[in-house]
Design a protein around this ligand. Structure first.
Ligand SMILES: C[S@@+](CC[C@H](N)C(=O)[O-])C[C@H]1O[C@@H](n2cnc3c(N)ncnc32)[C@H](O)[C@@H]1O
Length: 198
């Protein structure tokens, strides 16, 4: 897919599940709460989409550029018995045109490092968030890749593509956000939680 962000293909489920044994706990630690309306931007095969939908009660816009990912995510949520109100096959940069209401929370995991114009994407997110809505970005820590092994092999983006919380902040705050919190997600990730200010 030509418009895909670089180095953002979906990891294999075996080591992904070993790395993230409790995706629902991660989402709760990142401030996702019942009754929120949320967007799962670049949702992949639904690994986080299903628990997200379970927490909020189904009010989820799940978007990915790859129709095969959306199909897998649909299958995964059905298998887990949770419903997702909106499935969208599209480029994340078009999210503002495709979300017909303001939402409480936008979640993007394991993808932001590959986005070419990160501030522009953050602006598109700001356009669909309610005042004081939250934008959470989950990234691999900027550890050397050889240090982030799962099931015996180094995993995650190349070392030089990894971002620090400060570099995420520098990209996102100019779009109308302030960094509210950084949450460490053991063993290799962190979440930056931004609040919309404009
Ligand atoms: C590494 S996967 C992460 C999936 C999921 N967020 C997770 O953490 O389990 C990145 C996903 O981003 C999607 N993606 C890449 N470029 C995109 C774009 N421009 N617009 C929307 N989705 C995109 C890919 O198809 C892939 O499913």
């Amino acid at each position: 897919m030509s418009d895909m962000f670089i180095a953002t293909s979906m990891p294999d489920r075996d080591w992904w599940a070993a790395l993230w044994p409790d995706p629902e706990g991660v989402l709760r630690a990142l401030g996702v709460q019942p009754e929120m309306t949320v967007v799962d931007l670049c949702c992949g095969d639904g690994y986080f989409t299903a628990p997200l939908a379970r927490i909020v009660g189904g009010r989820v816009y799940a978007l990915d550029i790859d129709p095969a990912m959306i199909n897998q995510a649909r299958g995964e949520t059905a298998r887990q018995g949770v419903s997702v109100s909106n499935w969208i096959v599209a480029d994340a940069r078009e999210v503002a045109a495709l979300t017909p209401e303001e939402v409480d929370y936008v979640f993007i995991a394991n993808t932001f490092h590959g986005v070419s114009d990160q501030t522009a994407l953050a602006r598109a997110v700001a356009d669909i968030l309610k005042q004081s809505g939250l934008f959470t970005i989950v990234n691999w820590h900027d550890f050397p890749r050889e240090r982030t092994a799962v099931m015996g092999q180094p995993r995650g983006p190349k070392t030089e593509m990894r971002m620090t919380p400060d570099s995420v902040r520098a990209a996102v705050e100019p779009a109308g956000f302030h960094l509210a919190r950084v949450v460490d997600l053991q063993p290799y990730h962190y979440g930056t939680i931004f609040e919309r200010t404009l």
